[in-house]
Design a binder for this molecule. Structure first.
Ligand code: CP
Ligand code: NVA
Length: 303
């Protein structure tokens, strides 16, 4: 039997597959659905398990699957037996009898792996407490449609070293860009992820200085200071205040630098209104491209 194509994390996939998915996203955005892809999706069903809230991921996977000719079922904890203690492994075995691909957003990264280990259909990671690979794929697509290849460019992060930041580290290795992350030392990305990137020859540097990280950057990124599941909001906000992306910090980057934020955003916290609604910002293209790149991911998963 052919190996199941799970889309779990960028460090678990080879660079050529990831490049092909971004290129497919660009082609889907251009309106091209190859006949073989349309045929592959006819009559197929996607299950989306949401154990945390979502606007973009939920709607973009739902709409994307339908545009490809498939159907969608959404499961929440409260509306399924997951909320009453049925195991993720049993859920995987059951859903595999009904659907052709499963998307999951969960608070515990281990649940993603348990789902994949027990499913006989492809599983896609739609955010865990540790990573968010669909987001970074859409972001790379967005950078490239505005500025050409991201390989060799300078990407800078200012803020929490969270799940999105960790996935950018995976991306730096797989797509070959320089990544500088400015984070408070106590909120830096996990050492294991940074060490992996360095072992794999990636150019990744963690600093506590946003001004240093953003100097001459081609792309500036941030994310919320309090992610879903974080409990220490006041402490985080105090630690992260110097990392807010405002106009003065943005001016450290290249004059034509892009600004991205995975959204939802908190204007006045991690980013000022002037930056997110200003001339460098491409956040609406970024949100749109989740739809296109996830079609690429779905098509790759279904071979
Ligand atoms: N960026 C993102 O994943 O948004 P949602 O939480 O709305 O899905
Ligand atoms: N870091 C954020 C991303 C939301 C899309 C969170 O996990 O809540």
């Amino acid at each position: 039997m052919a190996e199941i194509r799970h889309f779990l994390d960028l460090d678990l996939l080879d660079a050529a597959s990831l490049r092909a998915i971004v290129d497919a996203g660009i082609a889907f955005k251009g309106g091209t659905t190859p006949p073989a892809v349309a045929a592959a999706f006819a009559g197929k069903t996607l299950a989306i398990i949401l154990e945390k809230p979502s606007t973009r991921t939920r709607v973009s996977f739902d709409v994307g699957m339908q545009q490809l000719g498939g159907r969608v079922v959404v499961l929440s904890d409260s509306g399924s037996h997951l909320g009453r203690g049925e195991t993720i492994a049993d859920t995987a075995r059951v859903l595999s009898r009904y659907v052709d691909v499963i998307v999951i957003r969960t608070d515990a990264h281990q649940r993603l792996h348990e789902l994949a280990a027990n499913a006989s259909v492809p599983v896609i990671n739609a955010l865990t407490d540790q990573t968010h690979p669909c987001q970074i794929m859409g972001d790379i697509m967005t950078f490239e449609e505005h500025r050409g290849t991201i390989t060799g460019k300078v990407v800078a992060w200012s803020g929490d070293g969270n799940n999105v930041a960790a996935t950018w580290i995976h991306g730096a290795q797989r797509f070959g860009f320089e990544l500088r992350l400015a984070c408070p030392p106590s909120l830096a990305p996990p050492d294991a992820v940074v060490d992996w990137a360095k072992r794999e020859g990636a150019s990744v540097r963690v600093t506590d200085s946003p001004a240093e990280a953003l100097a001459g950057a081609d792309l500036v990124l941030t994310d919320v200071w309090v992610s879903m599941g974080d409990s220490d909001a006041d402490k985080r906000k105090a630690l992260l205040a110097p990392y807010r992306v405002d106009e003065a910090l943005m001016a450290r980057a290249k004059p034509d630098a892009l600004f991205m934020h995975c959204l939802p955003a908190h204007r006045g916290e991690e980013v000022t209104e002037g930056v997110i609604d200003g001339p460098h910002s491409v956040v609406w293209d970024e949100a749109e491209n989740r739809l296109h790149v996830q079609k690429g991911i779905l098509a790759w998963c279904l071979g």
